[in-house]
Design a protein around this ligand. Structure first.
Ligand SMILES: *[C@@H]1O[C@H](CO)[C@@H](O)[C@H](O)[C@H]1NC(C)=O
Length: 267
């Protein structure tokens, strides 16, 4: 059976925050994502860093980086990592979710435990992973489940589109949003949570910085950034928050920097 996303999501309205949850004086920001966001980026010895490391420098509230390399919306769900964040939340906390780099691929002949079921709604796939028969859901489904869980804990959620792979790797600039950007945008709209088109904000800054600079941001491969690259990617995210403004972003009022001092322009 295939239900439309909006049918499934209509139940979101019921996911009211639990009023008994303690409220913090200032929010804590939790990050859920993959290696492009994680502490240590693509791993030791790679000379890379995740952008989540640099977010703290632009905000007046604490940031807890729970991103971890190699994860997708699916594996973060299955491993209980969204649940682990949910168990720490206080009302008013903010969770940023950004996946996509490990969510593509095929479930056959070998399911790597990360790939999502294709589709934008409630499609499911039956797969074999680690010798077990498992049901695999779509990327929007996993994001929406996580967002609903966090909202039910009184948290605010920001869904963020994936960072670009090096848009200069072919020698001239080329960036187009992947389907995961569209899915992320539509998932955020479906559950009325915040959204940052991080991929486009980053790509625009990378375009203006040029090939030579941006190539130095990718010391190892076309996905994982150097510390300087990660700092730039973090600033692009902050620009997206600032451009969304306090009306549309739960984090906008906690940015330390003047909007005009942050590189890039609003999209
Ligand atoms: C904001 O300012 C801090 C220094 O106070 C700096 O480390 C950070 O990178 C800046 N953020 C942006 C988005 O420009």
């Amino acid at each position: 059976m295939k239900l439309s996303l909006s049918t499934v999501l209509a139940s979101v309205a019921l996911a009211k925050p639990d009023p008994t949850i303690e409220k913090r004086a200032t929010p804590t920001v939790y990050l859920a994502g993959d290696s492009t966001m994680a502490e240590g980026g693509g791993g030791s010895g790679t000379g890379t860093q995740g952008w989540g490391h640099y977010l703290q420098y632009s905000l007046s509230v604490p940031v807890v980086n729970n991103a971890i390399g190699g994860r997708s919306a699916r594996s973060f769900t299955v491993e209980g990592r969204f649940d682990a964040i949910a168990s720490k939340l206080k009302s008013g906390d903010i969770v940023i979710i950004e996946f996509g780099h490990n969510d593509g691929g095929s479930l056959s002949p070998t399911d790597n435990g990360r790939t999502d079921c294709p589709g934008a709604g409630t499609e499911t796939c039956t797969s074999t992973y680690n010798g077990q028969t498992v049901t695999v859901y779509t990327y929007p489904f996993y994001l929406i489940q996580a967002a609903k869980l966090f909202v039910s804990k009184g948290a605010k959620v920001i869904l963020s589109s994936p960072t670009p792979n090096n848009p200069w790797e072919g020698g001239s600039f080329a960036y187009s949003s992947s389907r995961f950007t569209t899915y992320t945008h539509d998932s955020a709209a479906a559950v009325s949570v915040g959204y940052v088109d991080h991929g486009t904000y980053t790509a625009n800054i990378f375009k203006s910085q040029g090939l030579n600079t941006v190539n130095t941001y990718y010391p190892n491969d076309h996905t994982h950034t150097s510390p300087l690259g990660a700092d730039t990617v973090a600033k692009a995210f902050v620009k997206g928050l600032a451009c969304a403004g306090t009306a549309n972003s739960p984090l906008a009022s906690y940015i330390k920097n003047a909007t005009s001092s942050i590189p890039g322009s609003c999209v």
